[in-house]
Write a protein that binds this ligand. Structure first.
Ligand code: GLU
Length: 450
């Protein structure tokens, strides 16, 4: 049996050479591998069955052309992706991202994260991810619809309620899902739960919209409560201003926290008075209906400031929720947050903190929840949407709220079980990675070599 530290390094080197030019995928793999040495030492059956090598190789990767016609009658071409990463626990499940930065490496990193995240929810869902380099910014309603229809005209043959169930992510919300579901239904003549995050009129679930932001806040609350602390009375810095950020702000505010910031790709707003439900509703309207920029907040609300071209991490706070995108919080940002007395970070986005930042938070011993644990509430309610669609029923809001709270508590407790350090304290990164990995690995072992 080879010494496991060498095995992990060897497998990682192999991944680098087999997947060139995919730095985000390498980063996600490295973060998980950093937690696995003892697990592999104690479980030689994983090594024997090459689980590490197999879990990093997607089961299937689909890349396709998406032609569409813009409003000026010009034919445009984008690239579509669906990476069906791992189906050991259930149908592939994960969102679709429409953003100009999307490439195979982005989709693979998101799919890899999704495998462990979905395992942590305790629901029967495998992991996948997809999307396109299409940029929805500035596109008309008609252009968005034609793009979504063209995207689904290829994707439909690869997905299905028992095979692969996509949902939203950055650039894909209820509007886009509506167009895609309509096209799927038209092509296949099947009304099934093939997508989640749908509108409530046609099979969507209550609480799905709120679930990622609320869930990240519940996770933060669970971590604080385990130390006898709470969100109430604390200042909170949040990045992003989309679905995750606004709902994290809403729940933090409801729990008595004072939310000071939101952001978008152009800068951040600082509101020293703190956000209120009324202000958050205004931001939701701004982003979902008017598709405006966060800078407008500082015009609408007296006392608020807009800081162009900056991220919000320099604002003094007790708690931080990065809810925008990957690698938005770097090592130097972590230094500033720590110097300003931040005691807990809960990742609402996928991999928003880079490895340097993660190491700094871990070394400082503050509470740090990785996205695959903290933002799993969204996909968890997607899993519940699948159950409701299969049974052709809709659960009530209070039941779904209760389930979301329970699932987030369950994920927290699984992280504590696998991440408690010998001297006390919890390494949530390690806990999440080990708990997720073990569940998927054990199922893979049961299947033999497939
Ligand atoms: N895109 C979300 C995530 O990162 C949700 C996926 C889903 O609901 O399937 O988890």
């Amino acid at each position: 049996m080879p010494a496991t530290p060498n095995l992990i390094d060897d497998v990682y080197d192999e991944i680098l050479s087999r997947n060139p030019g995919e730095p985000e995928f390498h980063q996600a793999v490295r973060e998980v591998f950093g937690s696995l040495d003892r697990v592999l030492e104690r479980n030689p059956q994983y090594v024997q069955a090459s689980i590490l090598e197999r879990i990093c190789e997607p089961e299937r990767q689909i890349i396709f052309r998406v032609p569409w016609v813009d409003d000026a009658n010009r034919v445009r071409i984008n690239r579509g992706f669906r990476v069906q990463f791992n189906s050991a626990l259930g149908p592939y499940k994960g969102g679709l991202r429409f953003h100009p930065t999307v490439g195979l490496g982005t989709v693979k990193f998101l799919g890899f994260e999704q495998v462990f995240k979905n395992a942590l929810t305790g629901l029967p869902i495998g992991g996948g991810k997809g999307g396109s380099d299409f940029d929805p910014k500035g596109r008309s309603e008609g252009e968005i619809m034609r793009f979504c229809q063209s995207f689904m005209t290829e994707l439909y043959r690869h997905i299905g309620e028992h095979t692969d169930v996509p949902a939203g992510d950055i650039g894909v919300g209820q509007r886009e899902l509506g167009y895609m579901f309509g096209q799927y239904k038209r092509i296949t003549n099947h009304f099934t739960g093939v997508l989640t995050g749908k509108g409530l009129e046609y099979g969507g679930s209550l609480i799905r919209t709120e679930a990622t932001g609320y869930g990240a806040t519940y996770f933060l609350q669970n971590m604080l409560q385990a130390q006898g602390k709470d969100i109430a009375g604390h200042t909170v810095v949040i990045s992003g201003s989309g679905n995750v950020a606004t709902h994290a702000a809403e729940k933090c505010t409801a729990l008595g926290g004072k939310v000071l910031t939101l952001s978008d790709s152009e800068g951040f707003i600082y509101d020293p008075e703190g956000l209120t439900q009324e202000k958050i509703d205004w931001v939701k309207e701004l982003k979902n209906k008017r598709r405006g920029r966060i800078s407008e907040y500082a015009v609408a609300f007296k006392g608020a400031e807009f800081h162009a071209g900056k991220t919000p991490w320099g604002v003094k706070c007790d708690l931080a929720l990065p809810c925008a995108t990957q690698n938005e919080l770097l090592g130097p940002d972590a230094d500033v947050l720590l110097a300003n007395g931040c005691v807990a970070v809960s990742e609402g986005a996928n991999m928003p903190t880079n490895l340097d930042g993660v190491h700094k938070f871990k070394a400082a011993g503050i509470l740090f929840a990785p996205g695959k644990a903290a933002n799993a509430g969204g996909v968890a309610v997607s899993g519940l949407e699948m159950s409701q669609n299969s049974a052709r029923i809709s659960w009530k809001e209070d039941e779904l709220q209760r389930l979301l709270v329970d699932i987030m508590k369950g994920i927290h407790d699984r992280c504590v079980e696998y991440g408690t350090k010998p001297g006390g304290g919890v390494d949530y990164v390690k806990g999440a990675n080990i708990a997720g990995f073990k569940k998927v690995a054990d199922a893979m072992l049961a299947y033999g070599v497939v």
